[in-house]
Every structure is written in C-alpha cells, then in structure tokens.
Design a protein around this ligand. Structure first.
Ligand code: DGL
Length: 272
C-alpha cells in the first residue's frame, strides 16, 4: 500500500487536492508541485509530456500506485501518452488519472442552451481535449474555448488584486462571450483559476454559471475508488499529507496556503 499522489505544475492542483482531502480524508496523500518549472501552460507538447512523466515517476518511486494529474494542461497533453507508453514499465497496479474526463462527464448538467464556455491555458485549448471529450459524451453541446495565457503568471505571482489582473480577466471574458453570446455556463478549465474566481465572477454576467472543477474531480475519484475496490485497497489509510515542491519550500509554503486554505509545510524535491 502507498499514498495517493496528486500532481500539478505548481500551486493550482492544491485547489483540487483540498477538495479531494475533504471528500476522502481517510487516505494518505503526497502532493507534488513542479513549481520550479511552472507554468506549463504555454510549453510544447514534448516538454509538458517529459516534465509530467518525470514527476509521475517520482511519485511512483515514493510508493504511490495511483496518481492524479490535478492539472488540465498535463491531463490534456501528457495523460494519454503516459497511459499508453509508460505505464507498462511499471506494475499493472500503477494508474494515472486526469481531470478532464471527470469534468467532461458533468458537462451535460451544466448548460441549458447547449453552449458551454471554457477558460484554460493555451496548451489545454490547443489540445482540443475538452471539445473531444465532451463531444463523445454530449454531442449536442458546443464548447467555446478561450485561452488565458496571462492568468497563471498573475496567480503564481500573487498579483490578483490589481488593475493588471482586472484588465486581463475582462479581456478574456469579453473574447469568450464574443464568440458565442448564448453561453450560459463557463468552466474554469485550469486548476489555478479558482483563485481568480471573485474577479472573474465580477466580469461574467450574473445569469452565467461559473464552475470550478475541484469538487467534480473529488467526487469522480471517490466514485472510481468505490467501483475499483482492488485499487482502493492499494491506497494507504492515514492522516498524513506530505507536500513536495521543486521550488524553495519557504516560497511554496507561503503561497500554497492561499490555494489549500490552510498552512502547508513542504519539502524540497530536486530533479536529477
Ligand atoms: N494548473 C494547470 C492547469 O490546470 C496549469 C498551470 C500552468 O500553466 O502551469 O492547466
């Protein structure tokens, strides 16, 4: 048995991790933030795949059999390749799950007009993963995407409350709604974006639902473990939560608390 691993390029995955821990407090977890190499959002497919695979393998070596990519960019760009090309090098017990599929699964319940908006990183948008996944499940829904390349840097640098952040949020909201005014629900398709929620809410008209994915992913994981008792049996039950960052722990801890909602004490991890 081992802990459940939760990976993100940086801090964003903590918004998902918080919900997972709330929903499934009985398990032991390791959170791994590759902050030293974040943001991933505008990097190439090859780089995101290489970085994500390295981090997943670090988590496997730390005894995690189940790893959640709590990052849309990594889920969009690396999950399938890892599942198809790399998992076979590990035991059949090793599993990696992403955040796009569980989010796509609830899309049908989110929109009435059939027009769903998504804010995401450039990488996620270009991958078309949301469009493809949602189309498989709900072909009647049209997905409208808007890449927001400035949002993660603003969040990572704690620049949430200034005129610059407001400008870029207003710009992206305007661009998304200009594509399709009938959008009635917008998904925050990047795990960092919940930190900008109040600002985004201010710029999105009140009749449009704004959805963060943390709880959706937590519910889906609970369902997965329920449906796969053999996998659940490999996840150790314990109140221990360990945080690793490729950044300096003091820097990580200060910002991480904002995302996680409580104090965090991390350890440094150095890539080879
Ligand atoms: N949090 C990641 C996501 O959900 C992206 C952040 C980044 O660009 O590194 O897409």
């Amino acid at each position: 048995m081992g802990p459940i691993g939760v990976f993100d390029s940086g801090y964003g995955g903590l918004t998902v991790f918080k919900e997972i821990v709330r929903k499934l407090p009985q398990y032991e977890y390791i959170y791994f933030g590759d902050n030293a190499r974040a943001p991933y959002g505008s990097r190439s497919f090859e780089t995101i795949y290489k970085y994500t695979l390295e981090c997943v393998e670090h988590l496997f070596r730390m005894d995690c059999r189940l790893v959640i990519l709590a990052c849309n960019t990594a889920s969009a760009k690396a999950l399938r390749s890892i599942q198809q090309q790399n998992l076979s090098a590990w035991s059949p017990e090793h599993r990696v799950l992403g955040v796009i599929r569980p989010t796509a699964e609830v899309a049908g319940a989110l929109t009435r007009t059939g027009h769903l908006g998504i804010f995401a990183t450039e990488g996620t948008v270009k991958s078309q993963s949301y469009i493809l996944e949602i189309d498989k499940l709900f072909p009647e829904i049209q997905v409208w995407q808007q890449a927001c390349p400035m949002w993660v840097p603003l969040i990572e640098n704690n620049e949430l409350d200034n005129a610059g952040a407001a400008y870029f949020v207003e710009q992206s909201v305007g661009r998304l709604l200009a594509q399709q005014p009938q959008i009635d629900a917008i998904l925050l398709g990047c795990t960092h974006y919940p930190l900008l929620y109040p600002l985004i809410r201010r710029h999105v008209p009140g009749h449009i639902q704004l959805i963060a994915q943390g709880e959706l992913v937590a519910n889906s994981l609970a369902d997965y473990l329920h449906r796969h008792p053999d996998k659940a049996a490999l996840c150790r039950k314990s109140p221990v939560r360990t945080f690793y960052t490729t950044e300096t722990p003091e820097v990580f801890d200060e910002k991480a608390a904002l995302f996680y909602g409580e104090p965090v004490q991390s350890r440094h991890f150095e890539h080879d």
